[in-house]
Design a protein around this ligand. Structure first.
Ligand SMILES: [Zn+2]
Length: 250
């Protein structure tokens, strides 16, 4: 192996690598306990499920390429002992008006923003029940055939860590307050064919090479801190997320 390459095959390989690394960018839905008047509309009615590693020291999540099965043996984070948790992703519209200043001091704002919402098993079960209940209707509420897709919700969060829970209160689908028109998410200037494609592209795992680099970075940090001569460093055993229902395997 040398430091240079020759021929167009290398160019094509690099191009493929760049294409692979590019992913759709859809902002994540996040809500704090003190947030009020958080109104959302679901754009997808069923979750895309996957396993996700949370790396505490980086405060970052990584999709597990082995769907949470360490027996498959290709995921560097699984190999390190980091337990992934089961997640389901939806696309939603966040109807809040958000305003912020960037580093240069320019003001920005957005409203009715398409976002990616990821929840754990507890909330997913809750949403499934809610969907069925809406479709069925009740003595005080006529059936909504579209289920959770049919009405906007007022969302509140309470509790922290593993005690976090969410409440979804159905609202009147007033199109003036809760418009459902949105622009299909794009990648490289081209709109996705479906919302499902957009979700999958946003959450797809990094390449194993990239994950390996992240793990190497972590273990280097770990062995430096502990002064351990163990070449692999400390297993992470990180399973505490900021999110709900992440089981800590310690
Ligand atoms: Zn994994």
């Amino acid at each position: 192996m040398t430091w240079f390459g020759e021929g167009y095959q290398k160019v094509e390989e690099k191009d493929k690598e760049i294409q692979e690394a590019m992913r759709a960018f859809i902002p994540s839905f996040f809500i704090r306990e003190e947030d009020e008047n958080v109104y959302i509309s679901f754009l997808t009615g069923e979750p895309i499920t996957f396993y996700e590693h949370f790396v505490k020291s980086k405060k970052q999540s990584f999709t597990c390429p082995d769907s949470g099965n360490p027996q498959k043996g290709t995921c560097p984070l699984c190999a390190m002992g980091n337990k992934p948790s089961f997640k389901g992703a939806f696309l939603i519209i966040d109807h809040r008006l958000e305003q912020w200043k960037d580093k240069e001091g320019n003001e920005h704002q957005r409203q009715h923003t398409v976002k990616l919402a990821k929840w754990g098993i507890r909330v997913l079960k809750q949403l499934q029940k809610l969907d069925a209940k809406l479709k069925k209707g009740s003595p005080v509420m006529p059936p909504i055939p579209e289920g959770i897709l049919g009405v906007p919700f007022d969302v509140t969060r309470s509790g922290q860590g593993t005690d976090t829970s969410y409440t979804f209160n159905p609202l009147n689908p007033n199109p003036e307050h809760f418009p459902r028109d949105f622009k299909m998410p794009e990648k490289d200037g081209k709109p996705f064919e479906s919302l499902k494609d957009a979700i999958i592209d946003t959450i797809k795992p990094l390449s194993n090479q990239k994950l390996l680099e992240i793990v190497n970075d972590l273990t280097r940090g770990g062995s430096l801190q502990t002064g351990s001569s163990h070449p692999i460093g400390q297993p992470l055993n990180v399973a505490m997320d900021d999110d709900e229902d992440v089981i800590n395997f310690g």
